[in-house]
Design a binder for this molecule. Structure first.
Ligand code: FAE
Length: 536
């Protein structure tokens, strides 16, 4: 793998100088090659194989290792532990390069236009960090690499209100979640709160204070929400005493400093046990029974996406933790193609987008949101009970005044989609329709129509195309597809096969009422505790 990295890590458009700088860092990686050398070998047998290194997979790996079980994690993305040509591991949102996107030749930014002009640009095809995966009616953003979504997400670490939990995971006892597993997840993830006094004064949260003013003037509840970004570090960034990351707009393609991604929390602890190995740029394509264990087929990838090698290994137990889309696609394919025919008919069903919809509002000239906006959101407008929407006040971290307030709403959208196997195209389809976002738009309007009326403002029409108000084309929060207590039992054991488990966002039926990763983590903590106690 090291050799592969050397030959393709440096796209041809980069200068000789940047190649030399990059080579230094690549040589540094060679020193880390112990990790690369630990890549799983063809024919290997492992007690537990975990597919994916996001939240669910990281919880499973840590707790299994602590229980004395050796775990091998297989991750299709890169390790993200090596600086690129500019000396930084992650590239800034303002200047996406080959590191930004998973095997695309053009960026697919959430805001595609500005003042009507398209802002996407060509990038070299590379196994970059953000996958903008396109289905017929929706684009699904996902993190690729060790740490999964934690590498690219906004870090908003929100526990649902207890009164909403019954609608999130109806078969789970809320008492044990709120007394044990949510607190455990929050502690392990390093969730912290912004200092409200600092938030009130600092330039980089002016956009959020404007969001609060407008919300409160229309009588909406406004709440500060926790995050996994180290808020003390952000204070230092803002004061100019630490290298800037969030305050300089880093987020969507990774944060070089400040964010407590899984690499720094669960996965660091898991590795420290000495029982967890990770194979990066390895993608699982098949799992099927083989005697009393499972045969797992894995493609080793080059950084241009081509296949370097195909391996077959065996595992006594397999955890599907490839994320809602990754796990659902695998299980749907494996059931339909006969590799795992006994999976039940619930596989692939119950998928939702967490009701995501985006919108911008045009502010008056006397109401600027600030040229400097930290990329880490800390606040939301809560109209869930009355209007079915919780709206994050999100930044537009461009470095210039945009005269815009920007929001990502999570809404109670009831639509659910299904994954199906498309034999002729040899791929898995998702039947989500763009029109299914209309309930989300209506719920978001319950907040923003009122604010616009009160403030005498209008929607921005230039951010998602030409004269297009709503960002209804994507989701950051895929959920469902292997729903708890339906495709699996009430602890994530897949129906039809002992020793196969699901542990990730695909267990959650489409909506968490807030940002999802704390719930994914807490549910994984609950399930793995039971599985270790009874199955191992
Ligand atoms: P995930 O973290 O997606 O991990 C799955 C892993 O499996 C990935 O590393 C994949 O590369 C890997 N994988 C997939 N298929 C395969 C395969 N066949 N073989 C090997 N590896 C594979 O899953 N949530 C919040 O709560 N707060 C936020 O502020 C927030 N902001 C977000 C911003 C962005 C831009 C994005 C993309 C997401 C955001 N999310 C946020 C969502 C959150 O990151 C997501 O719900 C979790 O990461 C899902 O966790 P899972 O464990 O399900």
């Amino acid at each position: 793998m090291t050799k592969t990295t050397l030959s393709v890590n440096v796209p041809s458009h980069l200068s000789r100088r940047s190649f030399l700088v990059g080579t230094g860092s690549i040589l540094a990686t060679a020193a880390l090659a112990g990790r690369a050398a630990a890549a799983i070998g063809d024919g290997a047998h492992v007690p537990v194989l975990v597919i994916g290194t996001g939240y669910g997979g990281s919880v499973a790996a840590l707790r299994l290792a602590q229980a004395g079980v050796d775990v091998h994690m297989v991750e299709m993305g890169m390790a993200w532990d090596t600086p690129g040509p500019d000396g930084k591991i992650f590239v800034n949102t303002k200047s996406p390069d080959f590191r930004a996107y998973w095997l695309r030749t053009r960026t697919k930014q959430p805001i595609s236009n500005f003042l009507g002009f398209p802002i996407d640009k060509d990038v070299p095809r590379y196994t970059g960090i953000l996958d903008a995966e396109e289905f017929g009616g929706i684009i699904v953003y996902q993190g690729r690499g060790v740490g999964g979504g934690s590498l690219v997400n906004g870090g908003m670490a929100v526990t649902p209100k207890r009164e909403n939990f019954g609608g999130v995971l109806p078969s789970v006892n809320p008492d044990e979640m709120y007394s044990t597993y949510y607190p455990r997840a929050n502690a392990e993830l390093g969730v912290n709160n912004v200092d409200p006094a600092w938030w009130e004064t600092v330039d980089c949260y002016q956009y959020a204070r404007v969001g609060r003013k407008h919300a409160q003037r229309s009588n909406f509840a406004f709440t500060l929400v926790p995050n996994v970004y180290d808020m003390n570090y952000m204070k230092q960034e803002a004061a100019g005493t630490a290298t800037k990351s969030a305050v300089d707009g880093e987020i969507l393609y990774g944060n070089n400093y400040g964010k407590k991604s899984l690499q720094k929390t669960y996965l660091a602890k898991a590795r420290a046990t000495g029982r967890v190995q990770i194979s990066t740029l390895h993608r699982v394509t098949s799992v099927s029974p083989s005697g009393s264990s499972y045969r797992v087929v894995i493609e080793q990838l080059n950084t241009d996406g081509s296949i370097a090698a195909t391996k077959a290994v065996t595992a006594d137990r397999v955890f599907f933790s490839a994320g809602s889309v990754g796990t659902s696609k695998l299980l749907t394919k494996l059931k339909a193609t006969g590799a795992l025919p006994n999976l039940n008919g619930e596989v692939g069903k119950g998928w939702g987008d967490n009701g995501n919809v985006m919108v911008g509002r045009a502010n008056h000239l006397w109401d600027p949101t600030g040229a400097v906006q930290t990329s880490i959101p800390t606040a939301g407008i809560d109209n869930w009970a009355a209007g079915g929407a919780f709206a994050e006040v999100a930044p537009i971290p461009t470095g210039i005044e945009t005269w815009a307030s920007f929001y990502l709403s999570i809404t109670k959208n009831p639509n659910r989609a299904q994954f199906t196997w498309n034999a002729s195209a040899n791929k898995v389809d998702l039947n989500w329709q763009t029109a299914w976002k209309q309930p989300s738009i209506d719920m978001a309007k319950s907040i923003f129509d009122k604010i616009n009326a009160k403030e005498g403002t209008i929607y921005r029409t230039d951010l998602f195309g030409v004269y297009k108000i709503w960002g209804d084309h994507l989701t950051y929060h895929p959920l469902g597809g292997a729903v708890l207590n339906k495709a699996t039992d009430n602890y994530g054991r897949l129906a039809g096969y002992s020793g196969l488990y699901v542990m990730d966002g695909s267990l959650i039926p489409g909506n968490t009422s807030v940002n999802p990763f704390v719930t994914i983590t807490a549910l994984a903590e609950r399930n793995i505790e039971r599985i270790i106690a009874t199955d191992l």
